[in-house]
Design a protein around this ligand. Structure first.
Ligand SMILES: N[C@@H](CCC(=O)NCCCC(=O)O)C(=O)O
Length: 265
């Protein structure tokens, strides 16, 4: 693909304090999945809110061919979905909430391809009017979906449980199977699914693990697990990113091809 037509993909950042400094952060795995797995150009979107003093969402979306919503240790503030206040000590990132929630709504209105991972998946649900469980492991009969409490990274990213993929859904068509094994690094989870979202996969305890936007013109999908981890080594993760990449490339073509052709003439 011509360098000029590499899709420009926005990546949501967190606002976090590292030692004494406040920083806008994105895990390297999300940047790499854009550059290496998708073949796109990443544009990190700082968590500065949206509107007058924050991101001009429409100007940003004018530039983007896709939006990747990342995971994060922080939780979406329950006030955004009418939930009880979070317990003391639970990590929050109000600046990220104020950025991603409006950005998601407008990206969907403008048919920007969107792939939402873990916290990003929860944000997609909240942005469209759904609610979250704050502590899935405390609900009787539910699994503990949190990562094992060990220092090493590898065990956290091991497959943790199966998911049943909805027959006839978008993921089923894309992946060609009705079961997959996924990693699991979350304490929150979708409670009430937002209107306009369709369940694409569920865990054995009934936890919603993936959803798509009904009637979305392009690729709009959210997953509770982490396909960005070693994406090319897992055939299902690779298929997910290839489908997202194709939608982003199609948007880049549509947006930029006339300008690239004109410059070459
Ligand atoms: N805090 C939320 C979301 C969990 C999540 O996104 N975990 C990923 C952390 C690592 C990363 O940044 O990718 C919850 O607990 O449900």
């Amino acid at each position: 693909m011509s360098r000029a037509l590499r899709p420009l993909i926005g990546i949501s950042a967190c606002r976090r304090t590292i030692t004494v400094w406040t920083a806008h952060t994105v895990g390297d795995k999300y940047v790499k999945v854009v550059t290496e797995t998708i073949g796109g150009m990443p544009l990190i979107l700082p968590a500065i809110g949206a509107g007058e003093d924050g991101l001009d969402v429409d100007r940003v979306l004018d530039l983007l061919d896709g939006l990747l919503l990342t995971g994060s240790p922080s939780n979406v503030e329950p006030s955004h979905y009418g939930g009880r206040p979070a317990r003391r000590g639970v990590a929050a990132d109000p600046a990220r909430d104020m950025t991603t929630l409006p950005l998601i709504r407008r990206a969907l209105e403008r048919a920007v391809p969107l792939f939402a991972i873990c916290r990003g998946f929860q944000e997609l649900n909240v942005a469209l009017g759904g609610t979250l469980h704050q502590h899935v492991e405390e609900i009787p009969g539910r699994l503990d979906h949190r990562a094992p409490k060990v220092d090493a990274l590898a065990p956290k990213l091991e497959p943790a449980h199966p998911v049943a993929i909805t027959p006839g859904g978008q993921l089923h068509r894309l992946l060609g199977c009705t079961e997959a094994s996924v990693n699991s690094l979350h304490g929150q989870g979708i409670d009430r699914l937002a209107p306009g979202l369709r369940v694409e996969a569920v865990a054995p305890d009934g936890q919603i693990e993936a959803a798509s936007v009904v009637d979305a013109p392009g690729f709009v999908c959210g997953v509770q697990w982490h396909p960005e981890h070693q994406a090319r080594e897992n055939p299902l993760s690779a298929k997910l990113f290839d489908a997202f990449a194709a939608a982003c490339r199609a948007r880049a073509q549509q947006r930029l091809a006339p300008a690239v052709r004109a410059a070459a003439e």
